[in-house]
Ligand binder design. Structure first.
Ligand code: HEM
Length: 400
């Protein structure tokens, strides 16, 4: 087997859009990732994505961003604000855990910090299972932990969420309730279309577990990277701190620049389903692995300029290149949560007062408005347990 690296922006973009390349990063993590949306290929993938996409519409994001998220954020941040400090990793996961659970359709009836912590612990185990290929631990031991976590998730969260939705769907079928009384989430869409999909209970369980971890890690880590870049930027240009709070489009542009530099998944792996030609004259066979290096592609000087490695929200981009590069992927597996987390790209006539900013820019804006700054006594620490360049602890002080 040959491993073929693709790291120029244009080549990476082409590889991700090549429909003869199937997902392969999660083969080893089948205990949690087998037959979930991200690992399906071809017709099966298309059918499920088309259904699930119904939940990820811009009108819904707009409603979520203005109505639901501010409440969840305020609720989750309150104890940290009262304490005047937070570890942004911990806070970020708590906020984003609720966000992804809302979209997946996993109810948290108690809505207590303990319940969030229980769900978070389960999701950490699912995530370790998904990235089993990188694990240095005994892989069978990790698999056993994932199976136990799935059983706990089923009993504590999933069963109740399914029962509630099935009861509502039955009432809807009898015209006792209107369609808009049904929850708008992935679980409801899947249960409503069970007859069109092959979804035995174990696949439905893995799909829900996948959603919880797909959205929460990426959002939490991206928020921390963005705040870090912005604090460093404002240290050199203190006049921009006020602008970040008063100019939402500038703030969003800055967060997109941070997304570009810090893709949540630094690489995507693909396996050819038939022999394929890649850019640069490479041929890849069905036994080979194509490693699409999103981190390098997003720093390609041919696209992003000589200062591609540096945070510069004023950079000029070529036409049709999004400011966040390939951070949300592209092609058939492109991220369904992109506009939810990153918002809409502003047009020249965008109205800052109504523009959909995205959850990460909103979260960062709220942190800045609450006076977020580094704690001089406790500098941030890089994560130790992963090869990914993430933060392990990110202590911040809150309050003006
Ligand atoms: C900053 C935050 C996020 C980043 C950087 C990110 C990144 C990505 C990337 C790179 C992929 C494609 C992987 C590949 O091609 O192999 C992807 C897929 C996906 N993401 Fe995200 N994601 C983020 C947030 C979210 C959120 C909040 C959700 C859900 C609420 C979500 C749901 C999904 C789903 C369902 C897929 C699979 C799509 C498919 O296979 O058809 N993501 N994401």
């Amino acid at each position: 087997m040959e491993s073929i690296a693709v790291s120029r922006y244009e080549d990476a973009s082409l590889a991700l859009r090549n429909e003869n390349l199937a997902q392969s990063l999660y083969d080893e993590g089948a205990v949690i990732m087998q037959d979930v949306l991200l690992t399906l290929h071809g017709d099966q993938h298309r059918a499920r994505r088309t259904l699930e996409f119904r939940v990820f519409r811009r009108d819904f994001f707009r409603w979520y961003e203005t109505e639901v998220f501010p409440r969840t954020l305020a609720e989750t941040m309150a104890p940290y604000e009262a304490a005047g400090r937070a570890d942004l990793i911990d806070l970020g996961y708590r906020v984003t855990m609720n966000l992804t659970a809302d979209f997946a359709g996993i109810d948290r009836p108690a809505r207590t910090p303990q319940e969030t912590a229980q769900l978070l612990k389960l999701v950490m185990t699912f995530s370790e299972g998904a990235t089993l290929v990188h694990s240095t631990r005994d892989k069978d031991a990790v698999r056993a932990e994932v199976r136990a976590a799935l059983a706990e998730f089923d009993a504590a969260f999933l069963k109740g969420s399914i029962d509630k939705r099935k009861a509502l769907l039955a009432r809807f079928a009898k015209s006792e309730i209107a369609e808009d009384a049904l929850p708008r989430d992935v679980l409801t869409v899947l249960l409503r279309n069970e007859d069109k999909l092959e979804l035995p209970p174990e696949i439905l369980r893995r799909e829900m577990a996948f959603y919880l971890q797909a959205g929460s890690h990426s959002t939490a880590n991206s928020t921390t990277h963005a705040l870090h870049e912005l604090l460093a930027w404002c240290e050199k240009r203190p006049q921009d701190r006020a602008r970040l709070e008063s100019d939402p489009l500038f703030l969003q542009r800055c967060v997109h620049e941070s997304f570009r530099l810090h893709p949540a998944s630094p690489v995507a792996w693909r396996r050819p389903v038939c022999p394929v030609s890649l850019a640069g004259g490479h041929r890849a066979g069905t036994e080979d692995r194509v490693v699409v290096d999103l981190h390098q592609a997003n720093r390609d000087p041919a696209i992003f300029g000589a200062d591609a490695d540096v945070f510069n929200p004023h950079r000029v981009l070529p036409p049709n290149v999004p400011p966040f590069g390939l951070t949300f992927g592209t092609g058939v597996h492109s991220c369904l949560g992109r506009d939810l987390d990153g918002g809409v790209l502003p047009r020249a006539d965008a109205d800052p007062a109504t523009h959909q900013l995205g959850i990460v820019p909103l979260f960062v804006r709220t942190l800045l408005a609450k006076g977020a700054r580094l704690d001089p006594k406790e500098p941030p620490v890089r994560a130790q347990h992963t090869a990914r360049p993430n933060w392990g602890r990110y202590p911040i002080l809150l309050g003006r």
